[in-house]
Design a protein. Structure first.
Length: 387
């Protein structure tokens, strides 16, 4: 946690400046080339973005959830592909180790993640285990030989963000063949250079170009037993769920930032664009779209900050995290749709950037749990309160 307001304000100012001066001008190039320039990634490292959520004792900035959310709202005001390059390390990639790892695991991996030397990816989803994450089939079988205790991993992970750049994978695999559900799953830290790991082709996606995903295939991949997170079998699904819970607040904050950017762009366009002899911003039907966007955006912003504060205070925020992810991602989709509508024909052209955001934000309603999964989590938690 940053202890003084001045330091937090300075951090937010430098992120705001970085977004405005370095990222916004590179948005189109990143979309066209499907590459984030290495110079930009280096600047992210220097700004400390890879270590936002990692404790100071391991070289990170140790932001509270509330502080992380404020940074993410600023980072959201540009193409979300930029956030992805460090977001998996800050979020789902490192948090499993931070939450449930042993002291030795934290000391070995977190400092290198905080500097960006190691990019971490989160390997949960599989071809046949998406929303039903507990049904995953990748196996990790324990054995022992002259080189020591280890697990042999076999299986395929799908849509793994940053896999082509990853130094390590936080991998969820089944260690107990007899338990086909959540209890049979364990979490591991896997060196991406291990023998037996191969990567699929980089996926061609609708949006968020520059953020790379691909399959990760494990064939008799040997993982030292020391890399079992927390040295406890059967805890991996819970680790994944805890990590995703935090990740959902983080993604919701990004949704708020992107929606703000789209509303700003649409407002500017509406004030400049004249039809029927006046700026279209003077027409009430355009105003309704601007007003609805602002109201929903404000609601999402309040939700995200509230959920973050509650989490910082030690409350169980499973319900609130899913409410944030559900509402903010759906809100962002509606704002994107209205922004295209306000831009009219220009909203459909690549030159104006709005069509890129329209494609980019579609992913928010899918990854880290679809909107329907968030509804399930919220409703189940509600029903549980009466049992
Ligand atoms: N924190 C801690 N523990 C949690 C938890 C959380 N947020 N959520 C669930 N758990 C625990 C449960 O308490 C349960 O443990 P016990 O058996 O000891 O009670 C265990 O994990 C299994 O939970 P549950 O029974 O709810 O699992 P289900 O298989 O029914 O699935 C959903 C739960 C659907 C919510 C889960 O599979 C999910 O989130 N799916 C979406 C996956 C996803 O987001 N994928 C995105 C890809 S990663 S970018």
């Amino acid at each position: 946690m940053i202890r003084d307001q001045e330091t937090l304000t300075a951090l937010l100012d430098s992120v705001r400046r970085f977004v405005r001066e370095r990222l916004v001008p590179a948005e189109n190039e990143v979309d066209e080339t499907d590459q984030i320039p290495p110079a930009i990634v280096n600047e992210m490292k220097q700004l400390g973005l890879f270590g936002l959520s990692i404790p100071e004792s391991y070289g990170g900035l140790e932001l509270s959830m509330e502080e992380e959310v404020l940074v993410m709202v600023e980072m959201g005001k540009t193409s979300p592909a930029f956030r992805s390059i460090f977001g998996t390390t800050v979020g789902i990639g490192s948090q499993g180790i931070l939450m449930d790892g042993t002291e030795q695991q934290k000391a070995q991996y977190l400092p290198k993640m905080a500097t960006g030397e190691i990019i971490a990816s989160f390997a949960l989803t599989e071809p046949d285990a998406g929303s039903d994450a507990a049904s995953l089939r990748t196996t990790a079988v324990r054995g022992s030989d002259a080189q020591g205790d280890h697990y042999t991993v076999n299986g395929t992970k799908r849509y793994i963000t940053n896999a082509p750049h990853a130094g390590i994978f936080t991998l969820m695999a089944r260690t107990n063949a007899a338990d086909k559900g959540a209890g049979g799953v364990s979490a591991f830290i896997v060196d991406a250079k291990s023998a037996g790991i191969s990567l699929g082709k980089i996926d061609k996606k609708m949006g968020q170009r520059g953020a790379h995903t691909c399959d990760v295939i494990f064939e008799n991949c040997r993982v030292p037993a020391a890399n079992l997170i927390g040295h406890k079998e059967g805890q991996g699904f819970k680790t994944a769920m805890k990590v995703l819970e935090k990740g959902r607040i983080h993604i919701a904050a990004i949704c708020v930032g992107v929606a703000q950017r789209m509303l700003d762009d649409a407002l500017r366009y509406a004030v400049q664009r004249k039809q029927f002899g006046q700026p279209i911003a003077e027409f009430q039907l355009i105003q309704a779209m601007l007003a609805d966007s602002k109201a929903e955006l404000y609601a999402a912003q309040c939700m995200v900050v509230d959920a973050a504060r509650r989490r910082d205070a030690g409350e169980n925020v499973s319900t609130e995290a899913s409410c944030c992810k559900l509402f903010a991602s759906e809100m962002c989709g509606r704002v994107a749709d209205r922004a295209v509508q306000i831009f009219g024909g220009a909203g459909y052209l690549a030159d104006y950037g709005i069509e890129r955001f329209y494609r980019d934000v579609r992913l928010f309603r899918l990854y880290e749990g679809t909107s329907q999964i968030q509804q399930i989590v919220i409703a189940r938690n509600l029903v549980r309160t009466l049992k």
